[in-house]
Ligand binder design. Structure first.
Ligand code: R5P
Length: 288
């Protein structure tokens, strides 16, 4: 079966890892709507679409939807897409009556547009790590960057003990320790809805240790910064930070450094000044 890798305009940097990949044609109409064209025949082929949905995730989701539909209409034999950071993955359950479970909306839509498999990295609603899962009828292959992130930190801190800032990311610490995190009520932060971290407890020996805190994402940074602070209070000697998806909103990178974090590393699922681990390498090694 012939394979075809298609690359969107948000994933152009993946082309080096996929020689022969074809770029999708994407333009914007004067009113802001997207024009998309698949400039090659997909009929009967195993198609893999590479696309980033962040930043501008609302726009880039729409772009993904029309790209998938254009590919589907050409009857490929299979259609997979690689979205390293899946938007809306954090809205995976209703806390208040009537809340939209947007993670399901995204998954259902991808499925309905012919996506046979979503390949993603350290997806927020999958707490079990790498593997094959299903959500809202969509097959999801979850890759993890934890091994590559920890290996990067251990080049300069060979004995760093991995710590997850909560139970949800415990799988990323690969046998290390977890901080106990409690979220508070919804509040406002910079005009956006946000649940603050209410409390963090360190119930393991951190004194004098070289530690690396690892998490699926750093968004506002409040989780990671609080983790750095409680580990400093617990007597840690050196603290590094590793994350798969580095959004680093509201000056989070600088705030982390001010809090006392040493080396900080992320993947390039989202471009940032500390993106040192390449998700295209993970994809090639595990799913292509
Ligand atoms: C939470 O469960 C996640 O794993 C992250 O810890 C969290 O979403 C990061 O968000 P923030 O950087 O805003 O604390």
């Amino acid at each position: 079966m012939e394979r075809l890798v298609l690359i969107s305009d948000t994933a152009g940097d993946f082309a080096a890892a996929f020689p022969g990949a074809v770029a999708a044609e994407i333009k914007k109409f004067p009113d802001g709507e997207f024009y998309a064209r698949i400039p090659t025949d997909c009929k009967g082929k195993e198609v893999l679409l590479l696309h980033r949905c962040y930043p501008e995730q609302n726009e880039n989701l729409m772009k993904l939807f029309i790209l998938l539909d254009a590919i589907k209409s050409q009857s490929p034999s299979s259609l997979r897409c690689f979205i390293p950071y899946l938007p809306y993955a954090r809205m995976d359950k209703a806390v208040k009556q009537g809340e939209a479970i947007s993670a399901d909306t995204v998954c259902k839509t991808l499925k309905s547009l012919g996506c046979n498999e979503l390949i993603t990295v350290d997806c927020h609603f999958i707490k079990q790590g790498a593997g094959i899962f299903e959500r809202a009828g969509l097959k999801i292959r979850n890759l993890t960057a934890s091994g590559a992130l920890l290996a990067h930190i251990r080049k300069s801190s060979p004995n760093a003990l991995a710590i997850s800032p909560d139970q949800g990311a415990a799988y990323m610490a690969k046998g290390g320790e977890s901080i106990k995190k409690v979220r508070g009520e919804y509040g406002e932060m910079g005009g956006a809805t946000y649940r603050k971290v209410a409390e963090m407890k360190v119930d393991f020996e951190a004194k004098g240790k070289d530690l690396v805190i690892i998490d699926d994402m750093v968004s506002t940074g409040s989780t990671m910064i609080k983790a750095v602070n409680v580990l400093k209070v617990a007597g840690a000697k050196k603290i590094s930070c590793a994350t798969t998806h580095g959004l680093f909103l509201s000056g989070a990178l600088e705030k982390l450094r001010e809090a006392g974090a040493g080396e900080i590393v992320a993947t390039d699922s989202i471009h940032s000044p500390v993106s040192k681990v390449h998700v295209a390498d993970l994809l090639k090694a595990k799913a292509v």
